[in-house]
Ligand binder design. Structure first.
Ligand SMILES: Cc1cc2nc3c(=O)[nH]c(=O)nc-3n(C[C@H](O)[C@H](O)[C@H](O)COP(=O)(O)OP(=O)(O)OC[C@H]3O[C@@H](n4cnc5c(N)ncnc54)[C@H](O)[C@@H]3O)c2cc1C
Length: 488
């Protein structure tokens, strides 16, 4: 039986371990932390439970297809995806149902229903053209790309709006700046800047508004638990608290050096760690040249986890409080590398759905603002300043007391995200999509010059976020099947 080592038990690492175990490999997962999940994590403070990383669950079918029926998690489709709050007092409910959402936008903003439905239909069309090429296939493995259906799709690539930005596209589609801001926001779903990222990212609106957003009944961490259980059921061996120190590629066999200096030979190694960290810290010196181009990292985040004494009826599961000047906010993030004085604030309250994540009469708030990756900024000052601005903004926009109702608190900053996952600078989604070429420049799942070594997870193709990490695992397993086993 061939032996595979997976480095990292993040979503991508867990998913690839499951797929390779099903293909008959003996799989060992090495994880530096005491538990699985990586960025998909949870914490508890007294009677409060918090999802620490992802909060939005899309494309659940990619999870279902990995799990045996008895291990599948229960989840619900959200009727109301996000509640939006604007500085001018406007409040919008982004309903999953397209017609209902369009009616809400007509009633509150006077936007014609057709403008919204046309926009979402275009997003669906973009998804049909791009997903099979950019999400579910490797851009670097010709056999996967060269099917008749993909060649037909490739003919349609001029329609994917790669030569304009998402913001310009949204401005052309809608007259109301509030709606432009709402659809610009989707660039942040992979840590990008809507004023630079190609309009192709309009597809993200399709995932949320046409396909739907979901919520696991037991919260987001249930996803990591289910993946781990499935892997264990298939015989995958987990080594927690076991950081890999070195990977030394050989001709066919690849050795890894484990903690304590012990060297173990494997037939294949799959890395689920941030690919920049992999080249800088794990790959044996001089063994292989790292890719020359340095892509712009995605944004990071500053998150406050607040146990609140009180129930806030104005809030739903996902809530977004927009800044007054979105462009200035992104200029701060990506050019000035700081947090804006008026950041857009995202508040996620999982106990609105689970009930059990906070004591009776209380709520668990996950309060997040986008932040630049760590480049040695004065985080102590930024954290204090940003916290004060968030409290002031939420108290003003919700017209209620917040500061005095925070009964317990934790915080995660870009340095903390790097510690948690080894993602360089605390980038949440690997590299950003801030250029036309980002999708092509993202690190491949395999390089011909590195036999036996594969890459999954959010820092490599097709990119960050749970669904794309799950997709990367399928691409890697298919590639291994073809290359190592000779399957088509
Ligand atoms: C605050 C936040 C909010 C997010 N929101 C969403 C969301 O709403 N929806 C969504 O879909 N996605 C979201 N994401 C992104 C999503 O969490 C990630 O894209 C995904 O979880 C990354 O998985 P991964 O496979 O790349 O592994 P990672 O999560 O990066 O895990 C890598 C693992 O490798 C381990 N490791 C590192 N170095 C070593 C070593 N030397 N030896 C052994 N183990 C090692 C780490 O401990 C870690 O467990 C969010 C992320 C964050 C941080």
């Amino acid at each position: 039986m061939k032996k595979v080592a997976v480095i990292g038990a993040g979503v991508g690492g867990l998913a690839v371990a499951i797929r390779l175990a099903r293909m008959g490999y003996a799989v060992s997962v090495y994880e530096q932390a005491s538990h699985a999940g990586g960025k998909l994590n949870e914490s508890r403070m007294g009677a409060y439970r918090f999802d620490r990383g992802p909060s939005l669950f899309t494309m659940p079918e990619l999870l279902d297809e990995l799990l045996d029926p008895e291990l599948r998690i229960a989840y619900r489709k959200l009727e109301l995806v996000t509640r939006y709050f604007y500085e001018d007092g406007t409040r919008l409910n982004a309903y999953a149902d397209q017609q209902r959402f369009a009616r809400e936008l007509k009633a509150k903003l006077g936007v014609p229903v057709q403008a919204v439905t046309r926009y979402l239909q275009k997003a669906a069309q973009l998804y049909r053209i791009t997903a099979p090429i950019f999400i579910f296939n490797s851009l670097h493995r010709l056999s996967g790309l060269l099917s008749w259906s993909n060649l037909r799709r490739a003919m349609q690539l001029p329609q994917i709006q790669a030569f304009t930005t998402l913001h310009r596209k949204n401005q052309a589609a809608f007259n109301d700046p509030r709606l432009v801001q709402l659809f610009d926001r989707f660039a942040t779903y992979n840590g990008s800047n809507p004023y630079q990222a190609p309009a192709t990212l309009q597809v993200i609106a399709h995932l949320e508004h046409n396909q739907g957003a979901y919520f696991p009944d037991r919260g987001m961490y249930a996803i990591a638990e289910a993946l781990q259980q499935q892997a264990e059921k298939l015989g995958v061996k987990f080594h927690f608290n076991t950081p890999v120190q070195r990977v030394a590629p050989g001709d066919r066999a690849t050795k890894i050096v484990q903690v304590g200096g012990q060297q173990i030979a494997y037939d294949l190694v799959v890395s689920d760690v941030d690919v920049r960290y992999f080249y800088d810290s794990l790959l044996q010196d001089g063994a292989h040249r790292k890719p020359r181009r340095k892509e712009e990292p995605s944004s990071s985040a500053l998150i406050f986890y607040w146990g609140m004494d009180g129930v806030y009826d104005q809030l739903d599961l996902h809530n977004l409080f927009f800044s007054a000047d979105y462009e200035a906010e992104f200029d701060c993030l990506f050019r000035q590398k700081t947090i804006s004085n008026d950041p857009t604030v995202y508040v996620y309250v999982s106990n609105k759905m689970t009930g059990s994540d906070a004591p009776p009469g209380a709520e668990n708030w996950f309060v997040m603002v986008n932040a630049p990756v760590d480049e040695g900024q004065d985080w102590e000052r930024l954290k204090l300043q940003t916290r004060a601005r968030i409290v002031e903004k939420l108290e003003r926009m919700l017209n209620c007391e917040i500061e005095s109702r925070i009964v317990c608190e934790e915080l995660l900053d870009p340095q903390g995200i790097e510690q948690l996952s080894s993602s360089v600078g605390g980038a949440i989604y690997g590299t950003s999509s801030n250029s036309l070429w980002s999708a092509f420049r993202r690190h491949p799942n395999h390089r011909k010059t590195m036999p036996g070594l594969y890459f999954v997870g959010g820092s490599v193709h097709p990119g960050g976020g749970i669904p794309l990490c799950l997709s990367s695992a399928k691409i890697v397993a298919d590639w291994i099947g073809e290359k190592e086993e000779g399957h088509d």
